[in-house]
Design a protein around this ligand. Structure first.
Ligand SMILES: [Zn+2]
Length: 294
């Protein structure tokens, strides 16, 4: 297992987020009117696919009537923008093509797409102040919304999610949700709750979903997951024993798998005991981290 294979998907965007420009109205105007400025072409929230493994960029003349823009940053010193949905338009997050296109995108392209998708989706769902209900205005090039009535400032959210392998001896615990394709198993996962550390959330989720007790938790890697805006925090937890008490409201099945089982699943072997998550999912990287650490 090479280190390159362990770099999580949706990370490594070759972009300068250029915070100094976001905060400067004149420089934002310059970045918007520059001849080198480019607009990310999206199909709803999905990336357009030109078959080259790259995102597709157009000119700012393509901005739809009434749409505002968010400044993604600079790529090769060229300003990159994405159009927000016009007020009143509903953003349809149900994707038609996203998984197919993602499987073709280069890692840095996927990472840039993740930032754009989460940002566009956040703006569409946060037009009104959560504090007083008044409409909010875009600020800081799209990285903030301000309420002119109560003065509240709102920032694009990122929701922490722990995703973990419970480890006991030479095996790890995997589970599956009923909605997944037959044979798919992955690491267990759940949202971090207010007042919890990452370690505490890992231990709670493992106990709630599978009835296993963590004795130690170690962090391995993290990944933005733009559906709509999670930060996946991947951990490995050592647990006391292998007895499983399944929470069937969360999981359809859970089982212990060995290193050989995991290797076969990652290789896509026909006699693998389960189907592993795709390479751009951090659960895939987490399996590789675990194998590399054995
Ligand atoms: Zn307000």
């Amino acid at each position: 297992v090479s280190d390159a294979a362990i770099i999580p998907g949706f990370t490594g965007a070759a972009i300068d987020r250029a915070d100094a420009i976001r905060n400067d109205r004149d420089r934002l105007v310059e970045a918007r009117t520059a001849l080198s400025a480019r607009l990310l072409r999206l199909d709803g929230l999905d990336p357009e696919d030109d078959g080259t493994g790259n995102l597709v960029w157009g000119s700012l003349a393509e901005v739809p009537e009434g749409a505002e823009l968010a400044f993604l940053g600079l790529v090769d010193n060229k300003p990159r923008w994405v159009a927000l949905a016009p007020p009143g338009a509903r953003v349809d997050a149900r994707s038609r093509t996203v998984w197919r296109v993602l499987s073709t995108l280069a890692p840095d392209q996927m990472a840039l797409y993740a930032a754009a998708r989460s940002l566009v989706d956040w703006h569409a769902r946060h037009r009104f102040c959560a504090n007083c209900g008044a409409p909010t205005d875009i600020a800081k090039g799209g990285w903030q919304r301000d309420c002119s009535v109560c003065g509240a400032q709102h920032f694009p959210r990122t929701d922490p999610v722990v995703i973990m392998l419970a480890e006991q001896g030479d095996a790890v615990l995997v589970g599956r949700q009923p909605a997944w394709p037959s044979g798919n198993f992955s690491a267990l996962a759940g949202f971090v709750e207010p007042g919890e550390s990452i370690e505490e959330a890992v231990a709670r989720e493992l106990f709630e979903e599978a009835g296993v007790r963590a004795t130690s938790v170690r962090y391995t890697a993290s990944q933005p997951w733009p559906f709509p805006s999670s930060l996946m925090i991947a951990c490995i937890a050592t647990v006391e024993d292998r007895a499983i008490t399944l929470d069937t409201t969360e999981l359809e099945a859970a089982k212990w798998v060995t290193a050989d089982d995991v290797r076969a699943a990652l290789d896509g072997s026909p006699d693998a005991s389960f189907t592993a998550p795709p390479p751009f999912a951090i659960a895939n990287s987490l399996f590789r981290h675990w194998l590399a650490g054995l």
